[in-house]
Design a protein around this ligand. Structure first.
Ligand code: PRX
Length: 664
């Protein structure tokens, strides 16, 4: 994958964009810089000199029931602890303290439903809902430390559910609504969730998915799961199992309206979020209370230059991913922000819905993924052109590398060249933004996430020597602990060490991304070094998709790779060997795609399936994915002598050519 500006052959930039690209760097607009919360570059040196003092200053912005006795406990790396001895409550910080300070009437969420429904929820209302639901969870037997699963669409109840869990100290385990019920079951099983909160049905582009019934199909025999709470969202009929299932509205109606926040240790688990790693088994990333909230609140304030009294902030992600956890729920609410929450897709009811929402609520800060920007770019500037976007003052990007062409389109068409762009690099594991411009300070280069946030220390290391690289490409690492870092992999401490702290030792976090450092010290994140693919900002492991494909009765073997894709960043390509003499046809393709949708979710379905008589393997039987990538992209193969059977590649190359001819 190239880190150079995206002017690959065949990709024509229009004249104006090409001129902008030549400029290469963009200064923060003078007016923005003058008024920015952070506009003195000295902040970097100060934080570097005494990172603990910097993080203490950030932690002090929160309300603690009891102050910490130690800032960083680094006695047993990589099991770091932050703010030990301190106690606090995340929901108190996100709700009560704003209401107590007289800000209860401020809108916390402008919720907008797919069909144009609107709900404005103030901080006082959200607090009341959270207290009631937290009481209801206790009534259902949930205790501090019990894991609660959440499988909900983008409706306000998902925020209520997360904060109610945080209020009573029950770590939540949210599963993205796009995952299948099978994937939910697996995550409930791994985390031994006691209770699951789900919904009768979910709206998606005018259709209804019967969520509860699908959950029932797979959840029946899960012994640890004692209760299922069902939110009546669309009125979709569903079965309720006696003694296990209860309705959200019924249990909250009878619950105590008061539920005082539990004072929790700074290191009390706040949530588990499963994410894809190199193997088929997802990793349970564990985040805790004090350090996590410190990290998300500080980054949300400074990266977005947030003015809670005047900004309308919109993170157009899904709460089911870490972006939603940190920058729809915890960061913005801890900072007392007014946010927009949009239920649906960017193209329903029509392709200007995002811009209609920006205009309707006067959105000032927009944070979204490059995939969405590329889609908007494809649909054309007329859609945003129909709306008044002059309220926007800052734009953000997250989840995958943003190609300079999309960056420039965002800058020009959406931001009218007036809004700084923050390209934020981070991960489920890091909890909060790690590498990013500061909008009032940093000169940006389209495609680069620029520098680490103050108090964060990143390096690019040489793959073979492990030495830091001043200029050039290598492995991205974080060299000092930070408050919002994952604490472990849930129930898998050995895998935690093995995955992140084996390569460079227990004090250096291996990110799993390749990156380049340019002569100005700018960081350019290139992509994953492991078998993780990023499809439209959705993180998937090739092994996970392979194991879903082989679950299809006709399949003998499968190898999955990520291929560069103009729309989705990467696309899933599967090489599939069928059982015996079976020949693959359109029906088999559909069957395989359906199996993947059922096992993981629709978003994981392979875009291309290539039939393979056999797969290129080394003599020891290892599949050579590098060759598969070359074959899929139609590149010359080079040395194939280490293969057990070099003829295999010819068959595959022929197959790809044949498919291309058919597509043309
Ligand atoms: O490869 C990097 C890419 O997304 C990965 C993390 O995925 P996930 O844990 O799902 O979190 C996504 C949202 C924070 C990273 O290892 N990535 C994320 N942001 C960027 C990025 N790649 C390049 N530029 C970014 N801004």
């Amino acid at each position: 994958m190239s880190t150079e500006p995206d002017t690959a052959p065949g990709e024509a930039l229009d004249g104006e964009l090409a001129t902008l690209l030549e400029v290469e760097t963009f200064d923060p607009p003078a007016e923005f810089r003058e008024r920015a919360l952070l506009n003195d570059p000295a902040v970097y040196a100060q934080a570097a000199e005494d990172p603990q003092a910097w993080w203490v200053a950030q932690a002090e912005q929160l309300d603690w029931f009891q102050k910490w006795t130690r800032v960083l406990d680094d006695d047993d790396p990589p099991f770091y602890k932050w703010f030990t001895g301190g106690t606090l409550n995340v929901s108190y910080n996100c709700l009560d303290r704003h209401v107590i300070a007289g800000r209860g009437d401020r809108v916390a969420l402008h919720w907008r439903g797919e069909e144009g429904q609107e709900r404005d929820i103030t901080y006082a209302e959200l607090l009341a809902d959270v207290e009631r639901f937290a009481s209801a969870l206790k009534d259902q037997g949930v205790q501090k430390g019990d894991v609660v699963g959440i499988y909900l669409p983008m409706i306000p109840e998902v925020v209520v559910a997360m904060l109610a869990c945080a209020r009573i100290g029950a770590p939540h385990n949210v599963v993205f609504g796009g995952f299948s019920a099978e994937a939910v079951r697996e995550r409930m099983e791994f985390s031994e969730a006691k209770l699951l909160i789900t919904v009768d049905g979910a709206a998606r582009k005018g259709k209804t998915a019967p969520v509860k019934d699908r959950v029932d199909e797979v959840m029946g025999d899960l012994a640890t799961l004692q209760t299922i709470v069902v939110v009546r969202s669309l009125g979709t009929p569903c079965q309720m199992k006696d003694g296990r299932d209860v309705y959200y509205d019924e249990i909250t109606a009878t619950a105590d309206p008061a539920c005082p926040p539990e004072p929790l240790d700074a290191e009390h688990p706040l949530y588990i979020l499963y994410t894809s790693g190199s193997t088929a088994k997802p990793k349970g990333i564990l985040h805790t209370t004090g350090g996590y909230l410190t990290g998300v609140a500080a980054t949300h304030r400074y990266v977005f230059d947030l003015r809670p009294e005047s900004d309308v902030y919109w993170c157009a992600a899904d709460v089911g991913w870490v972006t939603g956890h940190s920058y729809i729920v915890y960061g913005p609410l801890a900072n007392g922000a007014t946010s927009v929450m949009w239920e649906g897709a960017p193209d329903y009811p029509d392709k200007d819905i995002w811009w209609e929402i920006v205009e309707r609520y006067g959105v000032t800060i927009l944070y979204c993924a490059p995939t969405a920007i590329r889609a908007c770019m494809k649909w054309g500037a007329d859609w945003p052109g129909k709306h008044d976007l002059s309220s926007l003052r800052l734009l953000g990007s997250v989840g995958e590398p943003i190609n300079p062409k999309a960056w420039l389109w965002y800058h020009k068409v959406v931001g009218s060249e007036r809004c700084p762009i923050v390209d934020t690099w981070w991960q489920t594991e890091t909890g909060a933004i790690m590498i990013t411009p500061l909008p009032g300070i940093t000169q940006t280069k389209p495609g680069s996430a620029t520098y680490p946030f103050p108090g964060v220390f990143a390096e690019v290391r040489d793959e073979s020597t492990g030495e830091p690289i001043q200029e050039g490409q290598g492995l991205l690492v974080l060299t000092q602990p930070w408050p919002s870092m994952l604490r472990t992999l849930y129930k898998e401490p050995e895998r935690f060490i093995e995955t992140y702290f084996k390569r460079f030792g227990k004090e250096t976090y291996l990110v799993g991304d390749a990156a380049r450092r340019d002569s100005d010290g700018y960081l350019w994140v290139i992509g994953r070094i492991d078998d993780v693919v990023n499809v439209s900002g959705h993180r998937l492991s090739t092994a996970e998709v392979e194991s879903a494909i082989v679950a299809h009765a006709d399949v003998a073997e499968a190898a999955v790779i990520g291929q560069h894709d103009e729309d989705s960043g990467q696309a899933i390509v599967a090489f599939v060997t069928l059982q015996g003499d079976l020949a693959g046809d359109e029906q088999t393709v559909e069957g395989i795609r359906a199996t993947v949708a059922e096992r993981i979710g629709k978003f994981a379905r392979p875009k291309r399936i290539i039939w393979a008589d056999d797969l290129p393997k080394t003599r020891s039987g290892k599949i050579m994915r590098r060759l598969l990538r070359d074959i899929a992209e139609g590149r010359a193969l080079g040395d194939v002598t280490t293969l057990r059977d070099p003829a295999v590649t010819e068959q595959l190359e022929g197959q790809v050519k044949e498919m291309q001819a058919q597509e043309d």
